[in-house]
Design a protein around this ligand. Sequence first.
Ligand SMILES: Cc1cc2nc3c(=O)[nH]c(=O)nc-3n(C[C@H](O)[C@H](O)[C@H](O)COP(=O)(O)OP(=O)(O)OC[C@H]3O[C@@H](n4cnc5c(N)ncnc54)[C@H](O)[C@@H]3O)c2cc1C
Length: 468
Amino acid sequence: MNRDWLKDTKSEYDVIVIGSGLAGLTCANMLAKGGHSILLLEHHYNLGGLATWFKRKGGHIFDISLHGFPVGMIKTCRKYWNPEIADSIVQLKGIRLDNPQFSLTTTYDSDDFKRVMQEHFKIPRETIDNFVSALRGMNFYDDQTMTTRELFENFFPGRHDIVRMIMEPITYANGSTLDDPAITYGIVFSNFLNKGVYTFQGGTDKIIGMMRAELIKNGVDVRTKCLVGKIGIEDKKIAGVVANGKMIKGKAVVSNGNLLSTIHKLVGDENFSESFIEEAKKVRLNNSSCQVYMGIKKGEKIDYIGDLLFTSEAEKFDSEELRSKNTTSRTFSIYYPQTRPGSDMYSIVASSNANYNDWANLSEEKYRASKEELIQRTLDALEKYVPKIRDKVDYLEAATPKTFQRYTLHLSGASFGTKFEGLKISMGLPKEILGLFHTGSVGIIMSGWLGAANYGVIVANDVDKFLS
Ligand SMILES: Cc1cc2nc3c(=O)[nH]c(=O)nc-3n(C[C@H](O)[C@H](O)[C@H](O)COP(=O)(O)OP(=O)(O)OC[C@H]3O[C@@H](n4cnc5c(N)ncnc54)[C@H](O)[C@@H]3O)c2cc1C
């Protein structure tokens, strides 16, 4: 008999949160702490959304999106989760970039960035300081017409090597390109530059486990394996949701699912004004990703080659090349045993940006062959840094945009939500339908672990105001 994953739910909640990405989790937690009754519905068997992990035979655990986030995550976790979670966040010291234009290692914090720009790229200190100040001064309400390309050209005209140094890691972090608004770049880059790149010691399984415990402590009704198929609307107001075929009433609904599927599928265009739908149709999804997971045999070791390794054979930074199916550009995240203190296992995860359409329509046979090719090309590239890598691995697996779509339900497997224009639409939902909110990766700024969690906080405040 099928288990009833919604057994004993109440007939009505103050807020129903759809999806347990970092935005959904943080929003649910804050609202519960504020005294509201919350139902959290997640279609997957794990919480976390893209902040997830999986286990494989041989003792391997693979983290999907724990490559690194800005220091701000410490404050966010301390304030909106608990000190124990915040205290496990540690800095990654070795950020390495290796490509035909340059090869260097940095901590990518403000001081070291200035050192690298001066010593390696021979940029006068004054120009670097002006660039950093310009970025720090950027905020959401600024002029949005300048592109990142124009911003770079203003400070470093003709310097393709510098463009690569300052752009490539951000493109991996949120899929942004040189043609996106400069403020999206400025806000995200400043966040990283503040104090470098951080990770959660203990792994994604540990942080999400701690978050689940905190949610339950605060009274959130947490349900996995519950797919929301519809958001119910009556007279332009939220009525509730249909999950696993069951109607549950709610005063407010926060969708942490993909913005466009929330609008067009879960709610339905007929419930919005025509002008809103017209604007929503202009929202572009961000790109997707591919990953290769490499499990190192028990007992094997890997010498330290950096924590995050950005590699490429492309002559210069090129967002199209970065997403193409045969890209040579990828990030290796090396998980040494200290990632999970007490463990003696190593694993390596290679990530690249990808176009959904390059993968979506392949025949089953071609799809399998393309995944195998991706694995072999990744191993070839890694051989340069870890000689005899093929003798050291005993587990290999690849994920494609189709994989990301299947597990997160993001349209086209979008890894970082939508482009910039999605933010206005996401924030505009409550003006269209009373009690309807969205939180989660949108607009580049609100994506990544920190952006998503912080957007969860912003939306929780809005929902709280609405309820009271
Ligand atoms: C390969 C890769 C690497 C990344 N690396 C980093 C990194 O190193 N650092 C960083 O900061 N960020 C990274 N990111 C981005 C980061 O992981 C995401 O931006 C962030 O985790 C997204 O959180 P979110 O709240 O938007 O929701 P998501 O993680 O997208 O989760 C949405 C959740 O909603 C659920 N859901 C959707 N629809 C329904 C429905 N109808 N019913 C029930 N449940 C539903 C989904 O199952 C999912 O759990 C990476 C992303 C990818 C793909």
